[in-house]
Design a protein around this ligand. Structure first.
Ligand SMILES: [Zn+2]
Length: 355
């Protein structure tokens, strides 16, 4: 009897289906597609970064920049992967706007001096913010002339003696020597033989140190001062940015043209899309962006995943890279230390005059 009853109960169980925790008809098809452009081991590295939002693999067609062995008109395909890693902008950072501590937007024209403009402007801003000066602009001519002039002579150009260098190197020069006021050494081009550095007075732009920051540290530091950084210039994206958010290559013919030094004067999050960005001040005149300022996404990560690239791009985007990198800031000396250095400079000037 006992056995019989059990059997009857069993037949009455309703079949309960397994609980599906995840399913996809597309996953393996998608992975096969992705694998054509990214080795899956690299794709796993991207996944480990916990990306959010849209994932894209894109191809641009570039005219090859002329090299000795390249025929005019040859093109290459460059493949990038773009994904987003959302960065939270702290509320106190959103309140910061350092534009008022900058003078007029500069236009570097055809000179390669963005790093000098940014370094000089960062010193203007921090000295103004901390009440050491009141908007005094400093001489980026001095930085072009003296930071690494040998490099300018080797740049292979006949009509230019300017050169690419980093903001950090310019700021380190300023730590050592101070920087003259712009009115004492105004910009008048890059020269093979710049006139010597003659100081008329000891009122220089002094700083005590240079500090490099990560993106996360920069987002906090922005609460107290503007920041220097480097960004890739993709053209035509850069020239057409206006009020939009710069996100790397968008049109078919988009081309990486090199890294560019900029100042960061604020940060925020787009109301509509939720994308985080930094406000960037450039040195290509007021017609760029909005009055010389524009927004750059700090969520976008860019990675070159194809075989093709321009020679000047070889060292860039080989790892997932944000669009703003190499953050740095000048730090001031304590006021009494600055006074001592100023007295020393005054003493040097007196001795020079006596000679
Ligand atoms: Zn030049």
């Amino acid at each position: 009897m006992e056995e019989n009853r059990e059997a009857t109960t069993e037949t009455k169980f309703l079949p309960i289906e397994v609980e599906i925790l995840y399913e996809s008809d597309q996953l393996f098809t998608d992975l096969k597609k992705i694998e054509q452009y990214i080795p899956l081991s690299l794709f796993m590295e991207i996944l480990e970064m916990r990306p959010d939002g849209k994932f894209e693999i894109l191809k641009v067609k570039n005219k090859l920049v002329l090299q000795p062995n390249v025929k005019a008109g040859e093109t290459i395909d460059v493949v990038y992967t773009r994904f987003r890693k959302h960065r939270v902008v702290p509320e106190d950072t959103k309140k910061a706007d350092w534009r008022v501590y900058y003078g007029p937007v500069k236009d570097q024209g055809k000179h390669e001096i963005c790093w000098t403009v940014v370094a000089a402007e960062l010193v203007t801003a921090i000295r103004w913010i901390k009440g050491r000066e009141n908007g005094t602009e400093y001489s980026y001519q001095e930085l072009v002339d003296f930071v690494f002039p040998e490099k300018g002579k080797l740049n292979g150009k006949e009509d230019h003696f300017c050169y690419k260098l980093s903001i950090v190197k310019a700021l380190r020069y300023i730590v050592q020597h101070g920087i003259q006021k712009a009115e004492d050494r105004p910009f008048d081009g890059c020269k093979e033989f710049p006139p010597p550095r003659v100081l008329l007075h000891p009122d220089l732009g002094y700083i005590g140190a240079v500090k490099s920051l990560t993106l996360e540290e920069a987002l906090i530091r922005l609460q107290t001062q503007p920041i220097g950084a480097a960004m890739p210039i993709f053209r035509p994206d850069y020239d057409d940015i206006k009020g939009g958010i710069y996100s790397g290559p968008m049109p078919r013919d988009s081309m990486f043209c090199g890294m560019h030094a900029v100042s960061i004067t604020g940060a925020g999050t787009d109301d509509e899309t939720g994308e985080s960005f930094m406000y960037v001040r450039s040195s290509h005149g007021v017609r760029l962006g909005k009055d010389g300022y524009f927004r750059v996404s700090i969520d976008v990560m860019l990675l070159r995943t194809g075989e093709g690239y321009q020679e000047h791009e070889a060292n860039y985007f080989t790892n997932p890279t944000p669009l703003l990198v190499r953050f740095c800031v000048p730090e001031l000396l304590e006021e009494d230390e600055e006074k001592k250095i100023k007295e020393k400079t005054a003493e040097k000037i007196r001795k020079m005059v006596q000679r």
